[in-house]
Design a protein around this ligand. Structure first.
Ligand code: FAD
Ligand code: NAP
Length: 319
């Protein structure tokens, strides 16, 4: 481990919130450090088509967009560091952070650590992780060309993954525990069209009870379907299961250090600025890590911008 590295401002996370915060902090001459975490580029690295990033009307892949944000941040002299913070001490001034590779101190910190995919919690799911169970169709879908797969979930991610997979797999079985999808209308319209082609089969009011397989991977799913009177079980033969049931904020290292609600970091949201301040002055948070409602690239970027402006004001108040 090198000696402790100091910056006026350290940003944790390399998703839209982190890079946007870095761009604003760098333009304010704060010479920010941005620590990428293990998932450089964040959640969008797992998506192949973004249609709602303003200005990019021709669609853009997640990795392309995130690479552009990265280049923008380093062009403005952000120091991008490949490390993951494993522990923090926010009682000390300057704030103290321990990464896997280095130790850091900072006058102000912006937490933009985003969220990670949720799993169903079945024992068989852990058994087949990487052997048929995946949370990323864009990353792993290719392995299932001309095979049958299932997707579980009912939000935007589940519908997008289903549509994406249906372009090259034999059949997608979409399993949702409710009767109404919570995805956007435009995605549901596309789903409707694809259902007609019989490449997608929908199971509503249904849950995955068990994942079956052998040493080479997943072979089938046991599904339980509830109707008004009874529960019925059925088996579907699939080679893969894509779990798309939402995300959990990456806040483990902040437990008992910052005020949180349902795992999300709480920010003050004050009427006259300082919207992104956490329970400790000087520590700000932005993006999905503070937001269980909107969770979009644009809203994450927007709060990254606010966090940088709030942090700049805080740093200026120290002199
Ligand atoms: P994230 O993108 O989650 O990034 C978090 C960052 O924090 C990562 O770089 C990670 O490595 C880092 N990190 C975590 N822990 C640590 C640590 N301890 N130390 C240092 N770094 C750490 N939104 C849209 O607007 N349009 C879309 O089309 C769209 N498509 C999507 C498709 C999929 C499959 C998914 C999953 C999401 C999609 N979203 C989309 C939502 C969007 O990706 C998120 O809202 C956005 O990425 C959140 O940005 P963020 O910067 O807050 O966090
Ligand atoms: P989400 O909106 O939270 O939806 C999660 C889905 O999984 C819900 O349908 C939920 O069912 C279901 N679910 C949750 N826990 C489950 C469990 N244990 N077993 C079975 N099903 C379960 O998550 P998301 O779809 O990943 O989206 C996350 C955020 O990213 C959203 O804000 C979304 O808008 C955004 N996003 C945007 C785009 C886009 O703009 N194109 C694309 C992808 C994601 P219930 O409905 O019954 O609760």
């Amino acid at each position: 481990m090198d000696k402790v590295k100091h910056s006026k401002i350290i940003i944790l996370g390399s998703g839209p919130a982190g890079y946007t915060a870095a761009i604003y902090a760098a333009r304010a001459n704060l010479d920010p450090f941005l620590i990428t975490g293990t998932n450089k580029g964040g959640q969008l690295m797992n998506t192949n088509e973004i249609e709602n990033w303003p200005g990019d009307y021709n669609k853009i892949s997640g990795s392309e967009l995130m690479n552009r944000m990265y280049k923008h941040a380093i062009e403005l002299k952000t120091k991008v560091i490949c490390d993951t913070v494993i522990s923090v001490n926010f009682k000390k001034k300057p704030f103290f952070l321990i990464g896997e590779n280095n130790k850091y101190t900072a006058d102000s910190v912006i937490i933009a650590t985003g969220a990670n995919p949720r799993y169903l919690g079945l024992q068989s799911e852990s058994l087949f992780k990487g052997k048929g169970v995946s949370t990323c169709a864009v990353c792993d879908g290719f392995f299932y060309k001309n095979k049958e797969v299932a997707v579980v979930g009912g939000g935007n991610t589940a519908i997008e993954e289903t549509l994406y997979l249906s372009n090259f797999v034999k059949k997608v079985h979409l399993i949702h525990r409710g009767i109404n999808f919570r995805a956007e209308k435009i995605l549901l319209d596309r789903l409707e069209k694809k259902i007609k082609s019989q490449k997608i089969i929908i199971y509503l009011n249904s849950i995955v009870k068990n994942i079956l397989g052998n040493s080479s991977g997943v072979t089938a799913l046991l599904i339980e379907q509830k109707n008004s009177k009874e529960k019925t079980e059925s088996k579907i033969q699939v080679s893969g299961l894509f779990v798309a049931i939402g995300y959990t904020p990456n806040t483990n290292i902040f437990v008992n250090k910052l005020k949180m609600k349902d795992g999300y970091i709480q920010v003050t949201r004050q009427e006259h600025g300082n919207y992104t301040q956490t329970s400790i002055p000087g520590i700000f948070a932005a993006g999905d890590v503070i937001d269980h409602v909107y969770r979009q690239a644009i809203t994450s970027s927007a709060s990254g911008c606010m966090a940088a402006l709030d942090s700049e004001r805080y740093i200026n108040s120290l002199v």
